[in-house]
Design a protein around this ligand. Sequence first.
Ligand SMILES: Cc1cc2nc3c(=O)[nH]c(=O)nc-3n(C[C@H](O)[C@H](O)[C@H](O)COP(=O)(O)OP(=O)(O)OC[C@H]3O[C@@H](n4cnc5c(N)ncnc54)[C@H](O)[C@@H]3O)c2cc1C
Length: 407
Amino acid sequence: MADVVILGGGLAGTMAALALADRGLSATIVEARGRLGGRAFSRALPGDAGPPVEYGGSWGAPHHHRLQALAARLGIGLIPRADLVAQAHEPATEDGAHAKAMAQWRADASAADPRVLSMTVAAYFDDRGFPTSARREILAWWTISGATDPGLGSIGMLMSPALANGFGYKLNELAYTIAGGVQGLAEGATRVSGAKVLLSSPAERLTQEAEGVRLQLASGREIAARAAIVALPINVLGQIRFDPPLPEAAARLRRKGHAGRVVKVLIRAKGIAPGSLVTGEAAGLRFFWADHLRADGSTLVVAFALAGDMAEPSPAQARAALALAFPGAEFLSADWHDWQADPFALGVWAGPYAEIEGLHAAQHWGPFGRIAFAGSDIAPEEQGWFEGALASAEKAVKALAETVLST
Ligand SMILES: Cc1cc2nc3c(=O)[nH]c(=O)nc-3n(C[C@H](O)[C@H](O)[C@H](O)COP(=O)(O)OP(=O)(O)OC[C@H]3O[C@@H](n4cnc5c(N)ncnc54)[C@H](O)[C@@H]3O)c2cc1C
């Protein structure tokens, strides 16, 4: 019997296995997919010979020290983001109303008034009477931050004093990617931890007893352990039966989930300089970053849309969007992963509903006896990022090691 059974083999679950091993404790990771990594999903583009690209999370920020430390420990390098070489906002506007609105936005960011921060994005736009062009500029950055329908998420998920000088700070948060793909960190952490891994094994029911826990898999198989770490996206927690049930705050978020819904489209194109950024709106896509050159001389453009603006993308739509964002570029191909429909994610990164944002706070997530929760959606810091997943794993392991696993 392992000391700990870990539900979910994303960065949180696999980091938990490594942190347990560092304390001399053993783990079994139970993962629903046929691979580790979860929302870190690195694979080759169809028909492309270059290295894997990121269908899920991609970038780390300069202050993400755990992410950097894990990569260093595994001997995996960081690839710095291309320098910004060109920036455009489409449709371009010389309108004074746009400049005035953006000055108001920067003033609000600097003031960080809690009343303003708690407004939904849509309510904030209406309150300030922003013109469409300013809404589009802010929504482009919202698409890579708060990531929800503007009527659902609070503007505080994007607005912060760091943005008082403009959105350059947000771009600087996308500082580097992981050589060979982020998924390699999950695989490497697992390998070093020596944890046993069960792939293609969805968990269904977690029962806590006096001396340990019992996990039932969808296959009917049961796994016993001294304790459990639940490292699942909160949007799939509703599929797991907890016995005894979770306390009220956690149970409420388990029922409601989060509203983070984004489409990330990977476009291969010719004639675009890496380091080019376009924000605005083009055939549903709002944020385009020309990431790097591929071995065949094409550029990989990473583009984002809010899922509410664009259900399932299509190559034709990606081609149309690229033509608007980068006139004159040659479209080659587009690909994406539908995270909204993915049964083991049901969304992208944590995009809290404004009215229950507080339920994501780590204080509501135990540990509850022999069960600790981890995962970027409920991270004690850097929620929504890889770094948050790693921080949450460390916290969960420490909590169990100092209590039910201390003897
Ligand atoms: C499109 C996209 C872009 C992103 N961009 C960035 C970025 O640039 N930088 C950044 O830091 N973060 C980014 N993120 C967020 C980042 O990917 C996540 O925050 C992080 O990977 C979450 O890790 P986790 O371990 O908490 O959850 P997950 O990676 O979701 O891991 C949970 C695991 O649980 C498994 N699972 C689900 N149900 C079950 C079940 N019933 N039984 C067993 N296992 C189950 C899943 O398959 C998964 O492997 C992005 C995410 C997406 C989707």
